[in-house]
Design a protein around this ligand. Sequence first.
Ligand code: UGA
Length: 460
Amino acid sequence: MPFEPDSNASAAPLTQPNPSATARPRLSVIGTGYLGATHAVCMVELGYEVIGLDVDEAKIKALCAGQIPFFEPGLPELLAKHIDSGKLRFTTDFAEVAAFADIHFVCVGTPQQKGQYAADMTYVRSAFESLAPHLNRRALVVGKSTVPAGTAEQMATILAELAPNKEVELAWNPEFLREGFAVADTLAPDRLVFGVRSEWAEQTIRSAFEPVIATGTPVIVTDFATAELVKVAANSFLATKISFINAMAEVCEATGADVIQLADAIGHDARIGRRFLNAGLGFGGGCLPKDIRAFIARAGELGVDQAVSFLRDVDEINLRRRARVVELGLELVDGSYAGTKVAVLGAAFKPNSDDIRDSPALDVAAAVGRRGARVQVFDPQANANARRVHPELSYADSLDEVIDGVDLIMLLTEWQEFRSMDPETVGQRVARRNLVDGRNVLDPIQWRSSGWVYRALGRP
Ligand code: UGA
């Protein structure tokens, strides 16, 4: 269907000709972090013209030069392709964005506030306040950031007060991409959720996802509050699923049972499902931990804190796993880390990412270091980020280097390179054959038969 932003003739005249009015809408993406950069690049891949904006000039310079400032498989190739095609550009200028695009996606971050559970809404508010005064023609502004329920309502008020064109509207469209699979998740999402208030807003946002909808992707059209909640509910469910299996791992440790077999057995029940039942060091990253905490904070404000009080347990179970891994290692080095040499495999919060936000692996590495071990970390992609936050730890450039002469190996992020280690080859480089498998990805029988003392979470 052709895009007709001003089909209701009452709309104010355009301040400048819009060459895309009869074709696909032109898009802007505000905020070029993990979500925004991926969204901008993938929307061009889907056939749209896109302008990306960030207030961070260094980031924009890098993107213009074809560099993605984080590790995401497949994204650099697509960025290069589309910078060359001329359909993707970047700016720091809100006026340019407003003049160019028919639909604006707000993709800025909502990190956890320092010392509090609640999300920091500064960037979202600032994005809306900076964009709105430039909206001289009818446009749809689409919130994609993960936000506390009630935010969309506030952003709609900002648009109504500050946008010169009074037909500018808001939609809320949560995103569900996973780091490491961000390109695939954006090009072929499980579902699309559109929080809208008018037929025009629904049709307009549909026009921005037309190629995705054409492949049969389910679309759920809701009000603002539901759209906001879908995202936090989904992440809360995923976090709960991981903490459930990790709670079972604690019970397995007390009974001698095996949590991997337990997960396999319950996972065969289609109502439960095996995905996200991998017991181990637990969840980290820039999303699940801060989203459940922000949800707890917001539910408190809404007077329904009891409804999500279980999320406090979910968080605590998750953090207890980190302490447990430190203890397991301690048992292997005879009760004292002092003077030992420990190799930590992995620093990113999960494989195929260089993101170290709330990384369980780095938390454990730092704790072991504080207890007197000489800790050396190796991550195939996240060393540089880890070094910035934990300069007190040392870092190796390869797997061979990090395991050289160590008393203990702790596998904490399950990169393929670590999963496929050979116990004999590794055994020849270490001082002592001690291993904690914090992600339950190695075969205990194989490692033990090569003379390793192998310990894992939730398994005998
Ligand atoms: C998560 C959600 O999965 C996405 O759907 C969502 O869009 C995103 O947050 C977001 O809010 O932006 P992500 O943070 O990239 O995505 O990572 P996940 O793949 O969900 O993994 C989160 C953590 O859980 C990782 O530390 C991982 O190691 C851990 N995990 C995952 C487990 O410990 N066990 C599992 O079985 C699965």
